[in-house]
Design a protein around this ligand. Structure first.
Ligand code: GH3
Ligand code: MG
Ligand code: MG
Ligand code: MG
Length: 324
């Protein structure tokens, strides 16, 4: 009885790990110049992958860049095309450089194999192709590709979390401070203008004190929506701190920045903020300060400081206004 229980447990664990990481079907692009080998290789691969077949190397490059394959198999049997040229192009294109390449080559063509490995071909197999070996080598590459894809997606997600403000989904201060330097350098190098706008919600403490912290959070989220709706795609919007937001506007003169800031001020003031938490609609206003890049050299810190001083003036001048 104990033996049977153990067996059941082992099976259970295996099933669990299979659930955890299922063997998804692979997608393979076979580039092969001959109809007979196309048919043979496709038949061998069909049980483990969806196979697309092309006999033209240039068409294959486009296809690989357009669709996401887990493996490209290059059969080195073209009459008029260097198969290694295709491999090297696959390695250099941004959209294909992570796809493993399996080269099918003539027995004894050591020189080609060495060159292929040097330029990043992942694996090779000799003719005549043993179907079992082809399947085994292909499966290894497909599994590794899936694993790498998951890893890359996870790294990407981690990076996004590190530079995003949880509450509003805007970029956070860390991202802004890093990126602003880059944008300033770029504007300086090209002799282009750049402006920034700092905005701070007026009397925000009262919202928290009157309606509670959750209602305050609702206001911050809606404020972020209005910022997003006001700025252009090239602008960088971030939550700089509590109820303070910064917009960086490349290619934007002080005059243009003042127009954008005024538009943002109006979009906040003119429509009430729906506060689900408190079942009420609040009138919200904000003060805004603008600063622009000085042509004779400027730092991110200096630029932010000048915008902050303009904001301070806007607060002192009675709030709900733009100061440049
Ligand atoms: P002013 O017009 O001078 O800007 O007045 P204010 O009340 O907006 O300024 P103050 O800086 O005194 O208050 C900012 C408040 O923002 C205080 C703080 O509790 C609140 N706050 C900061 N971060 C958050 C947050 O994430 N959620 C909420 N609900 N409140 C926050
Ligand atoms: Mg304040
Ligand atoms: Mg405030
Ligand atoms: Mg503040």
């Amino acid at each position: 009885l104990r033996l049977r229980a153990q067996t059941a447990q082992t099976i259970g664990l295996q099933e669990l790990s299979r659930l955890d990481r299922p063997d998804e079907p692979g997608s393979v692009l076979l580039v092969d110049g001959r109809a007979s080998s196309q048919e043979r290789l496709t038949r061998a691969l069909r049980p483990i992958a969806d196979v697309a077949v092309l006999s033209d190397a240039q068409a294959a490059l486009f296809e690989a860049a357009e669709n996401s394959f887990d493996l490209v198999i290059v059969n080195a049997n073209f009459d008029d095309y260097d198969p290694l040229r295709l491999c090297s192009q696959l390695r250099s294109l941004e959209r294909t450089r992570f796809i493993p390449i399996l080269l099918v080559t003539e027995q004894g063509n050591d020189e080609m194999i060495v060159r292929a490995l040097e330029l990043g071909v992942t694996d090779y197999i000799m003719r005549p192709v043993d179907p079992n070996e082809l399947v085994a080598r292909s499966l290894t590459q497909i599994r590794r590709k899936h694993c790498n894809d998951r890893l890359r997606a996870s790294v990407q997600q981690t990076i996004e979390l590190a530079v995003t403000d949880d509450l509003t989904g805007l970029h956070n201060r860390r991202y802004l401070e890093n990126h602003l330097k880059l944008l300033i350098d770029r504007a300086g190098a090209r002799g282009r203008p750049l402006s920034i706008c700092i905005t701070d919600i007026d009397r925000f403490k009262r919202v928290n004190d009157t309606y509670g912290h959750d209602a305050g959070d609702d206001v911050l989220r809606e404020f972020a929506n209005r910022v997003r709706a006001t700025v252009r795609g090239a602008d960088l919007a971030c939550r700089f701190g509590g109820e303070e937001f910064v917009v960086v506007m490349p290619d934007t003169t002080p005059e243009m920045a003042a127009i954008v800031a005024e538009r943002l001020r109006l979009s906040v003031e003119s429509r009430g903020f729906d506060i689900a938490e408190a079942a009420t609609v609040l009138t919200v206003t904000a003060s805004l300060g603008i600063a622009s890049l000085r042509p004779d050299g400027d730092t991110a810190e200096a630029l932010l400081k000048r915008a902050d001083m303009a904001l301070y003036e806007a607060k002192n001048g009675g709030r709900n206004r733009v100061v440049a």
